[in-house]
Design a protein. Structure first.
Length: 247
């Protein structure tokens, strides 16, 4: 096994012990309801990117959604996904779906794994826009550097706390395993939010307790003029400067 494979296996093992499936499903359900899932059509075609072991799909199923599929690059995690839903081993920068085939795309903690920003972010945005139908939703929940997250990071650096808390220990190991992409993501909030809001029309947005929670709608046209994209990106920069000091 290569060093890269060992590192991936260690991260996946930490991820699997960070939360029980029941805890993760409950967390995802709370988030989805906060993001407006009650109002989404139950027959919508829903695709979760970076779906991991599939508990986001299980949460959506419990909320009544029936057309569900997940994408992840890990065969190990996909094997744990519910078999009744579509499971696709693929890179989210090149999605194996036809144009305008999905109504909702969801990412809960995957974009911060992208190796190169802003290049990879732009590729995912382009693919999300391509596979979504006009008016479709792109739903994002990602870590965000707030005072609360800084406090969590400080806790992860305490060896005594890791010894008494399996959850903190697992989180610390996950952060160590993804540190380069994680810190890259946290260090570019304006570019990240600018990319989202230049690519989609913002429907919901909140920043707090170490998370960005955001929903965007796909524009009815295939592309937007540079002026409108630039205006949205500028507004996003102003917003993140105002809100980035949230809890």
């Amino acid at each position: 096994m290569s060093a890269s494979d060992k590192a991936t296996e260690a991260w996946e093992s930490a991820y699997l012990r960070f939360e029980t499936p029941e805890e993760e499903i409950a967390k995802f359900t709370r988030r989805l309801l906060q993001l407006g899932a009650r109002q989404w059509p139950r027959d919508a075609a829903v695709l979760e990117l970076f779906c991991g072991r599939g508990n986001g799909l299980r949460a959506m199923a419990q909320l009544g959604f029936v057309r569900l599929a997940g994408v992840d690059i890990s065969q190990r995690l996909l094997a744990l996904c519910p078999p009744e839903h579509g499971r696709h081993c693929a890179d989210c920068r090149t999605l194996p779906f036809v144009t305008a085939s999905q109504d909702i795309l969801i990412v809960q903690g995957g974009l911060h794994h992208l190796a190169a920003l802003p290049e990879d972010m732009e590729k995912v945005m382009a693919e999300a826009s391509r596979v979504l139908r006009p008016g479709g939703r792109f739903v994002v929940v990602e870590p965000w550097l707030t005072p609360f997250l800084s406090l969590v990071h400080a806790g992860c650096r305490q060896s005594w706390l890791r010894k008494i808390s399996a959850k903190i220990d697992a989180l610390a190991e996950m952060i160590d395993g993804e540190r380069s992409t994680y810190e890259q993501w946290l260090g570019q909030p304006e570019a990240v939010l600018g990319s989202l809001e230049a690519s989609f029309i913002t429907e919901r947005k909140s920043i707090g307790w170490g998370k960005l929670m955001w929903v965007g709608r796909r524009n009815g046209e295939w592309g937007m003029g540079n002026g409108e994209s630039g205006n949205r990106a500028s507004r996003a920069v102003a917003d993140v400067r105002r809100e980035g000091r949230g809890g």
